[in-house]
Write a protein that binds this ligand. Structure first.
Ligand code: NAP
Length: 297
């Protein structure tokens, strides 16, 4: 007998993570329904509920967000609607339909004042509008649907068509442009492909609540990430030698208007305890760099 096709309703399917989630789920045999902003505007909670209730989906994944810190600072109402009210509406609608709900959150819900890896029990006190709206989203989702999965991810990379800091650095290095990276802010990079893989594994389990989904290893700065990525590019023969990367301080990055937390690297031990392994940050950067170089050729 054929296994019936499972349907995934995917919000944010046009974004950095959503594009990869769509592709990975589709190739694993899922039927993916990914409404565009024109089909479902997440600023409208009624539209969100209707979309979930009408979808017939067994699984709902929310990769959508107002993810720009400056965008949240400039329009806190939209940030609140999209990052908190919309996921709450999704969770409530999933409670009615019985669908499994996976919501992506962020390490920026953490205060980030103290060095060291943070686990899921670390107290959250976000320091910017983005983090506040995402934290509110986490709380509302779990209040509406305690069985939901809230996956905190950090520094998403690995989708060459939507370059992150890692891909932009490689792009500049290949073009021979000057390089600079902030050296006094730490987290851990996460490959969008790993996030998608983890989502598909977790929806088949009964785990719930907050889980940190990031690479393993010790906290890295953006300068460390750039160095590791470029070392891989040099070893792969894509660059003739190691370019210089000017080390910047966060305080010098005047183009950032919203305050950034400095120490938000998370440990992924709870994820590991579910039997799901993540690569180290160094492995992630190597893999993401080689993927970028392969498509840049
Ligand atoms: N990027 C990172 O490094 C990072 C780090 C930590 C956590 N996260 C979290 O991870 C998740 C995925 O992030 P990402 O970087 O992949 O996001 P992204 O590339 O910024 O994509 C955001 C998605 O949300 C959609 N969206 C925004 N406002 C909408 C609205 N009003 N109605 C409908 N759709 C709307 C966008 O649609 P359009 O294409 O129409 O704009 C897009 O598909 C988010 O929860 C984010 O908070 C990201």
């Amino acid at each position: 007998m054929d296994t019936p096709t499972m349907t995934m309703l995917l919000f944010g399917g046009s974004g950095r993570t959503g594009q990869v989630m769509h592709r990975v789920a589709k190739s694993a045999g899922w039927q993916v329904v990914a409404p565009t902003r024109g089909q479902c505007d997440l600023r409208n909670a009624d539209e969100v509920s209707r979309t979930v209730l009408d979808s017939g989906a067994q699984v709902v994944v929310n990769c959508a967000a107002v993810s720009g810190l400056e965008a949240c600072l400039d329009d806190p109402l939209t940030a609140h609607r999209v990052n908190a009210m919309a996921p709450a509406a999704m969770a409530l609608a999933c409670r009615h339909t019985g669908a499994r709900f996976v919501h992506l959150s962020t390490d920026y819900v953490l205060t980030g004042h103290r060095p060291g890896l943070k686990d899921e029990s670390t107290r959250c006190k976000p320091i910017n509008t983005y983090g506040e709206s995402k934290r509110e989203g986490e709380l509302q989702v779990l209040e509406a649907l305690p069985q939901a999965l809230v996956l905190r991810v950090s520094w998403i990379c690995g989708n060459p068509s939507m370059p992150s800091f890692v891909e932009s650095t490689l792009q500049k290095a290949l073009a021979g442009q000057p390089l600079a990276a902030i050296g006094d802010k730490w987290s851990l990079p996460t490959d969008a492909e790993d996030i998608a893989r983890v989502v598909l594994k977790l929806v088949a389990t009964e785990h719930d609540g907050v889980l940190h989904v990031c690479s393993g290893g010790e906290p890295l700065s953006w300068h460390d990430c750039a160095t590791l990525a470029l070392q891989t590019a040099v070893a792969a023969g894509a660059l003739p030698g190691m370019p210089e990367i000017t080390r910047q301080r966060l305080a010098e990055a005047t183009f950032f208007r919203a305050e950034r937390p400095c120490h938000t690297a998370m440990n992924n031990h709870r994820l590991l305890s579910t039997g799901i392994h993540m690569p180290t940050a160094a492995e992630t950067l190597q893999r993401v760099t080689l993927r970028y170089l392969a498509q840049a050729q």
